[in-house]
Design a protein around this ligand. Structure first.
Ligand code: SAH
Ligand code: TMP
Ligand code: ZN
Length: 414
């Protein structure tokens, strides 16, 4: 597969209508959360995963759109509360919001993509009026069982208008790891315009393009991540839709994320942190097509090193298991051609993934108990963003002589 094309495909930018030049092509990919029953394998759907950059507004985006109802539906298996790190992250931020934006009479928060309620839990427990909007019914019902109010639906202009009509304006519209999943940002911002109180804020966090490129986190690119946001591209998008980006805060979660705060123009002063990040991006040349040529070269290097290492270990008779059947792992296994011959199964805590086959690679997914039965010689850590939590939990694996294989920012064994 050739990642750095000399004659790139061009498509119109979803944000500004400018020209998007394709810069990375990962080839044929499955739905990254499409965990399969064996009888479903013949019907598995594939698409071409490719991203490009807009020469006008610099937004990095996918060249093809996977229809949303194929990804987000009642059977969507991802559960955000599976990580204690992320539970703490959101609990901490909910407390911050309760003490600031939500401190006052009858405040109202709407969350776009609340999933199983990992963030709304603390808002609900504080007795603050809230509503989650998420189309994935299975995850949303977990939130509802905990008393959280959810509307099982896609957030878009019409949904927001009907929430506004029924419940009044929102003081805060919050979203985490979801806005980058939505190609039709015009409708999302239109919905924010309909729903947000005049002085309200739209706050969202997402994985950061700067970290993805700096640390070669190529597996953050998969169907659901339609956009890879930078501060400059989010600034331009907010402006395009009649809003103003007023703050950007860099955070370590998921390998590096940014929390953006957007308001109506003139309502808030741009923060020093926002201006500093914009300056840093100019120095990094994050918005330039050329930056992706180096990224593509490093991705090919990781693939070659990882495949070489796995094959050498396999030929030496070593047993290698996968750890964390992440959405990211679909990109890695398909792009590198890793199958159950090299990695016989992947262990994962998510009930909806266990007993199924991972999309594309068809590597079986089993419970973490199967990791100890007996321990492998090596574990390929697909959930590298949860490395501290998982390595602490599986301390005895390493004490027994086991080794972890990581492939970002380069291939290494620890
Ligand atoms: N906020 C959680 C979950 C992120 S997973 C976290 O940060 O961990 C992304 C979620 O967005 C999924 O639950 C998915 O169903 C939801 N989603 C996808 N498109 C959406 C849309 N248009 N409106 C609202 N939610 C959406
Ligand atoms: P994520 O990278 O998209 O957050 O997905 C993490 C995956 O890793 C998810 O499928 C759950 C799994 N996981 C474990 O199996 N054990 C763990 O201790 C943690 C934190 C995650
Ligand atoms: Zn553009």
């Amino acid at each position: 597969m050739d990642l750095s094309k000399t004659l790139p495909t061009m498509v119109p930018c979803r944000i500004c209508g400018g020209t998007v030049y394709e810069c990375l092509d990962f080839g044929r990919q499955p739905l990254s959360n499409g965990f399969l029953k064996p009888e479903d394998v013949p019907h598995e759907r594939y698409y071409r995963l490719a991203v490009g950059i807009c020469t006008s507004c610099t937004m990095v985006q996918q060249v093809h759109e996977v229809p949303r109802q194929l990804m987000f539906h009642d059977g969507y298996v991802y559960r955000a509360s599976g990580s204690s790190l992320m539970r703490k992250h959101f609990e901490h931020y909910a407390e911050h919001l309760l003490a600031t934006e939500l401190n006052g009479e009858d405040k109202f928060l709407v969350e776009i993509g609340c999933n199983d309620g990992v963030m709304l839990r603390a808002i609900h427990e504080a007795g603050v009026r809230h509503l989650g909007v998420d189309p994935s019914g299975g995850a949303a019902r977990v939130a509802e069982e905990n008393g959280i109010r959810v509307r099982i639906d896609f957030f878009e202009r019409a949904t927001a208008a009907s929430v506004r009509a029924a419940e009044g304006p929102a003081d805060v519209i919050f979203s985490a790891n979801t806005i980058s999943h939505i190609p039709y940002l015009d409708s999302v911002f239109g919905g924010v315009d309909a729903l947000l109180a005049p002085e309200g804020v739209f706050i969202f966090e997402d994985r950061y393009l700067g970290d993805i490129i700096a640390r070669t986190y190529f597996d953050q690119i998969y169907d659901e991540h339609f956009y890879l946001f930078s501060v400059e591209s989010v600034r331009a998008a907010a402006e395009q839709y009649g809003f103003q980006l007023v703050d950007a805060e860099h955070m370590p979660v998921h390998g590096g994320s940014i929390r953006y705060t957007v308001a109506r123009p003139g309502v808030r002063e741009p923060s020093a942190s926002l201006l500093a990040l914009l300056e840093q991006e100019r120095e990094m040349q994050l918005g330039r097509h050329e930056t992706f040529a180096g990224f593509a070269g490093r991705i090919n290097g990781i693939r070659d090193d990882l495949v070489r290492l796995l094959k050498e270990l396999h030929n030496d008779g070593k047993r290698i298991l996968g750890y964390g059947a992440t959405s990211k792992s679909a990109t890695v296994t398909m792009f590198c051609g890793i199958d159950s011959g090299l990695v016989p199964y992947i262990c994962d805590t998510t009930p909806g993934k266990q007993g199924r086959l991972a999309p594309g690679s068809h590597i079986p997914v089993r419970t973490p108990d199967a990791f100890r039965d007996p321990y492998p010689d090596y574990a390929l850590l697909f959930a590298w963003n949860h490395a501290d939590e998982i390595m602490a939990k599986e301390r005895t694996f390493r004490e027994a002589g086991g080794r972890w294989i990581l492939y970002v920012p380069d291939v290494h064994v620890i």
